[in-house]
Design a protein around this ligand. Sequence first.
Ligand code: ZN
Length: 483
Amino acid sequence: MTRRTWAIAKVKENAGDGVLEVPSMAVLRYRTPAQLVSNFRRLWGVDPKLVCLPVVEHDGPLFEVDGLGGIPLSTYAPISNVLRGFEDAIQQFASMGIGIILSLSPNLSFIPGDGINVRDILGSATPQLCVANPRSGEVLAAILGTGIDIVREVCAKQPGKLQGAAIDATTLWPMGGSPGRVEATCFCAFCTEHFEEMAPGLLKKFRTFPNPWSLLLKPSDTGIAYIDELGPLATPEELVGLSRQRGYVDQFQSANEAVMLENANSLLRYIRIRHEQTMGSLAAIFDQAYHGLDDMPRRILFLEGERYNWTSGVWMEELDLSYPDTKGAYDEVWLNSNPSLLLRNIPFRVYMWRRSRYLISSFFDLAASATDPSRRAISGIARISEAHLKRMLDQRFHQMLGYGLNSEGALLSLPGRIDHQDSQMRLGFVAVSLDSDFGERFINQLNIVPGRADSDLQSSAGGIDPRLLQILMEQFQNTSDDN
Ligand SMILES: [Zn+2]
C-alpha cells in the first residue's frame, strides 16, 4: 500500500532559495564546503543556492586591505590545511555552482585608537566602530570592497557569481545600564553634532537619568528589557500608554502625564533621526564599496525581526514604507520571523535563528575579546579568570545554539509566500551552519589570554586555604555571570 502525501510535504517547494550562512571562517576549519552543503541538504531537504561568507572576523581582516597595513590578520585568515585563505573558500563554493554573498560585520574592535568608536553616555569609548562616522564607513567600505574585488578575480570566468553583500546591522548601537540608569549610545562627537544639526538640544535630554529612553528601556541586574511594539505612526500618547502598561514609567520619580508626553515626543524624534542617520550611513558604505562596478550585487541588511530594532537603530516599518522611494539603496533584508511584523514592500529572507544574527555576532565578538591581549587587560572582561571565561563561552555558545531553528519543519511557520500573491514578498530562507560539535572544537582551540583575575589569583593565593579560595571564586563567578 502506498502512503498518501500531505500538504506540508510541499514545504520545500515553497521555501524559496536557501542561503547557507557561514558566520565565521572558523566554521570552515572544521567542516569542508562539501560537508556543509550536504549537511544543509540533510536538514532542509534542498541544496543551497547561495553561500554567505564573511569578509572580516571580530579579531581582524581575512585578507590584506590597502590602508589597513600593520593590523594583524584574523586567526582564521589561513583557514585550514586545505583552504589556505579567503580566495580558496570562494573558489570551492563557486566550483560547486553556488552563488556568493559576502557579509560584513561593522562592530569591529581591532582598528587602533578610539577616535572613530562608539561613545557611551559618560563619554567612554566602546571597542566598536561608530558606523555614522564617515571615517569608519570608509574603513568598512574598503574591507567589503576589497572582498568584492577578490571574488571578481577568483570568479573572473564565471560572471555574475557574486550575487550580493550583506551588512550585519543587528549590533550597531550597543546599550546597557543598571536599574534606573539606561545607557544607550552613541554620543561620539560626530553623532552629537549630527543630532545638534537635526534637532538642537534633543540629545542633551538623553544625557541625564532617567532620560526619555527609560519609557521603553528598562535595565535590570541581568540585562536590559525593551519594548519594540512601536511603529513609525505611533503617537506620544500611545508610547506613554505602552510604557505605563509595562510599568516602565516607574523609573521616573513622577509619572506626570504632561512630563511623560514631553519625554515621549523627544524619544520619537530621537528614534526617527537615528533611523535616518543609520540608513544613510549603511547606504554610504554600499555606495563606496560598489563604486565603479559594472553589475551591482544585491544590497542586503541583516536585521532583527522587531518593529523597532534598538541595537540597529532601525524602524522596520519605516524601512518598508520608504522602500518604493529608496529603491536601489537596499534590495532585501534578512530577519527572523515575527508574526506581528508585516513587510509589504521590501523583499526579505527569513533568517532561521531567533533574534537573527544578534547573539551569533555577540558570541564571536566575546571569543575575539577573550583572545585579544589588550581587551583582556583593559576592558570589562579583564577581571574574569581564564577558566571562567572558557565556561562563559561554552555557556553562551549553547544558549545561542538553543535559538537556532535547524530543520525543514521550521520552514512551515514562515510568513508570506514565494509566489508573491501574498502581500509579503519572501525570497527564501537563510540557514546558519553552526552545531554543538563546532562549538566544542572552536572553544577548545581558542588561545584565551590570562586576565587580571588570573594574576591576582596567583599573587594572593599563597596563604589562603584552598577551600576558602574556591568559595570566593564561586562567589566572584556568580556575580560576573550577571553581566
Ligand atoms: Zn557615533
